[in-house]
Structure formats: C-alpha cells, structure tokens
Design a protein around this ligand. Structure first.
Ligand SMILES: [Zn+2]
Length: 355
C-alpha cells in the first residue's frame, strides 16, 4: 500500500474518541497481513519486531480524533486530495503520524536492527480515557519513546502539563437592596478580587517553553439580579512547566486566594527530556535539527511516566482541531523517513562502545 493510499484509508475511517473500533479493526487486519503478531486491548493496538534482548523503543500515536468543528467545506470524513494535499478529519492530528509510524515500521522490519521497536497505536488521546495508560504495563521494558503528534518534525523535548483548579468563593445571600446594611459578603466580588490576583500571577520562564499565564476559563455565580450571591465558582487552566509540582502549585494558589481552591485535574504532567539523552540526540540527528523545542500542548507523553521521550511527527499543531485540516504527501513521506532514521540512530546510540 502506498503512503497516499494508507493515509486515505485512515482518514476515510471515522474514529472520534471512543469510537475507534472500526479503525482498530481495519489496522489490526492490515498489520497482521504484513506478518506481525498484533495485540489488542479495547481500541488499542500494539506489535513489536527487531532484536529481542536489545533496547526497546516505543513509537506511539493516537487513532482518535476530536469531533468535527464548524466550518468544514464538505464532509470531514471524506478524504479529498487536492494535488499533494489530503484534507479530512484527523489528517493532521494525528493520522499522518499513525501512517508515518506504520510505513517506518514496515520498512524497518525488513532490516537488521540493533534493538526492538514497539509500535502502539492507541485510543482516546483527546479525552484521556481508555488509551495508552490501559496498555502501558503490557508493552514491556522501554528505553525511549517517540510520541507522534504534528510538530513539523521539530523535536519537542519539553511539554507543558495541565493543572485545572476549581475555585469557590463563598459569601452570604441577602436582598441586594439591604446588602450594605446586612454586611452580606458578595461572593462574585470576592471571586473578582481573586481573578485579578490570578491574572497578575507570574510563573517561571522555561528555556524551551517560555513564559505562561494562568487563565480563568469558566465562571458561574448568582441567581437573580436582586440577590447578593452566596457562591461563585471559577476554573483556572494553568499549563505547567517541568519544574512545577501540581500539588505544590495548588497549595500556593490556596495561600494567595480568598476562595477555596480544589484540584479539578492534575494528571497531565509536565515533561522534559535531557537534551543529551540518546532519544533526543537520535531524533535531532534524524530530523537534521540543531536543537530541541518546547510544546505548550499536552499529549499522551504526559501519561508515559518517567520514560525518556520526545514528541515529534509530520504536520502542524496549528492545523489540529480546526476545519479543513490537511496533511501533504511530502510531509507524510518525510515523517516516515524520519521515524525509521530516528529508530536506527537510537539503537546505535544505545549500544555501549567497546572499551
Ligand atoms: Zn494529537
């Protein structure tokens, strides 16, 4: 199957998060037909090949897409080629990466390797459910990972985490006309003071990730115009840096705010891999890049524990989750060549030199 045919097949098989079954079925059959023993758990697939006992490298990307947003020209689920450009839901995020990883794997499996490649194509990356975490234990020991997301083949060696805090300001309800006399505390006013504090907060600047502000993204409070509100809730979305501990950050917010602060989500941990680690060096070498970059968006890398990894793949993060997303054939082919070269380079760097 040609690269263009493979990408067309992937994009033409809908796989919104939680509904990856048909795509997993199709790929399971395709991978088996190439001679691999495919494992499956739910909508997650994995297989391995190469030299048993050598270093093991994970190539991972996700099968699921977000639901189509407004603004699509034509049916998002029907792949449309215009010249070298394929448009369709998931073409960029991340079916181009999935196709590139598979093409690289099929090519690599024909070569003698100094290590073992483990390919995992997983579900529910966009929703964080029954995906990579459900099979990670079954992949065996791993020495490094390439996480396939559209980065324009830039090597992301740092990735922000995500901390969501739910803040609740408490006051006393009363008639708005009598509030002054009653001394009723207005919960929305209290929340507003806190939101001002949040907006003014500064966080450490990271060499690859730059600076970041906390964002108040949702707010709810008040029942009617003439009643002083006794409760106001707001959510804070903070994209965290590798040096920031989520629990400690939440405690720090609590010290600075009048509202009660609770952790709403903290499992997307910030990630950083030392630029001297073989996975970073191999990826840089394969991509012909001088140095790594950072990425503000989270991915399944956040769920890989302490495994040294980089996030890299064909496509462009700014096309993700937008109408008319696309990938070009040259991008796909460069992606496939990259994964194959990076794996080969990684195994070479892992082999201890003779004394
Ligand atoms: Zn993605």
């Amino acid at each position: 199957m040609s690269p263009a045919e493979l990408l067309t097949l992937l994009v033409g098989t809908p796989s919104v998060s939680g509904e990856e079954g048909p795509l997993a079925d199709l790929l399971q059959e395709l991978i088996a037909s190439e001679g691999f023993e495919v494992h499956r758990e739910g909508h997650n697939l994995w297989f391995s090949f190469g030299k048993p006992g050598g270093s093991r490298l994970l190539l991972n990307s996700h099968l699921d897409t977000v639901p189509p947003c407004a603004g699509w020209e034509g049916d998002p689920y029907t792949p449309v080629w215009t010249g070298h450009r394929l448009q369709g839901l998931g073409a960029n995020d991340a079916k181009g990466c999935v196709a590139a990883i598979l093409l690289a794997a099929f090519e690599l499996s024909k070569q003698p390797l100094e290590g073992e490649v483990v390919v995992a194509l997983t579900a529910e990356e966009e929703t964080g459910g029954q995906g990579i975490t459900t099979i990670l234990d079954r992949l065996g020991p791993l020495a490094g990972a390439l996480v396939g997301e559209p980065t324009g083949l830039r090597i992301c060696a740092a990735q922000r985490g995500l901390l969501v805090l739910k803040c609740t300001a408490h006051g006393q309800s009363g008639h708005a006309a009598n509030a002054q006399m009653l001394g009723a505390e207005n919960a929305i006013h209290k929340a507003a003071r806190d939101i001002g504090r949040v907006a003014a907060m500064d966080f450490p600047v990271h060499p690859l990730l730059g600076s970041q502000k906390a964002q108040v993204t949702q707010i709810q409070g008040g029942l009617r115009h003439n009643q002083v509100p006794d409760t106001c809730e707001f959510l804070i979305d903070l994209r965290t840096g590798p040096e920031q501990d989520h629990e400690a950050l939440a405690a720090d917010f609590q010290r600075q705010l009048e509202s009660d602060v609770a952790i709403h989500s903290k499992r997307y941990l910030p990630k950083h891999t030392d630029p001297g680690h073989p996975i970073v060096r191999a990826a840089l070498q394969a991509a012909g890049k001088a140095g790594p970059v950072g990425s503000a968006t989270t991915s399944d890398w956040a769920l890989l524990g302490n495994l040294p990894a980089v996030k890299v793949g064909p496509g462009d993060t700014f096309r993700s989750h937008t109408p008319n997303e696309y990938l070009t054939l040259p991008e796909l082919e460069a992606g496939a060549a990259f994964y194959a070269e990076a794996a080969t380079a990684f195994f070479k760097l892992q082999v201890p030199r003779e004394a």
